[in-house]
Design a binder for this molecule. Structure first.
Ligand SMILES: [Zn+2]
Length: 126
């Protein structure tokens, strides 16, 4: 039983509207349970979203690291050589600047993968 704050009459707990017209706020036990159930489902869904983002980051990081490691050309054309009056294109030589760029690129990719791994460890708070 609960008491109507307007007319002080005792009414059943399940009654949502008193005879006098007062409307009780929906705060029954069922609603509290339903609410926390919805909150947990919401937390699980957002946690799943974070883990999916982590997986995407790992793949992106892998792609970035692999491209810089194998696809990025860190060499430049070497100085032209002149032998017996003929000019030959020099061999390609490692370029320190481009090599550094590649190293930074690979490390960025690895960093993305680590970040993705951390995100994938996310679990919903129960
Ligand atoms: Zn009432």
């Amino acid at each position: 039983m609960k008491t109507c704050p307007q007319c002080q009459k005792q009414v059943q707990d399940v009654v949502s509207r008193c005879e006098c017209g007062h409307t009780f706020p929906p705060s029954s036990l069922f609603n509290v349970e339903e609410e926390s159930r919805l909150e947990r489902a919401q937390a699980r869904a957002s946690s799943r979203g974070i883990r999916i983002a982590g997986g995407v980051l790992i793949f992106a990081g892998l792609a970035v690291a692999a491209w810089f490691a194998f696809g990025y050309d860190s060499t430049v054309e070497g100085p032209k050589q002149e032998i017996a009056g003929y000019r030959f294109a020099g061999d390609r030589v490692e370029n320190i600047g481009r090599n550094t760029t590649r190293l930074v690129g690979v490390n960025c990719g690895i960093g993305l993968m680590i970040l993705g791994g951390i995100l994938m460890l996310h679990r919903p708070v129960e």
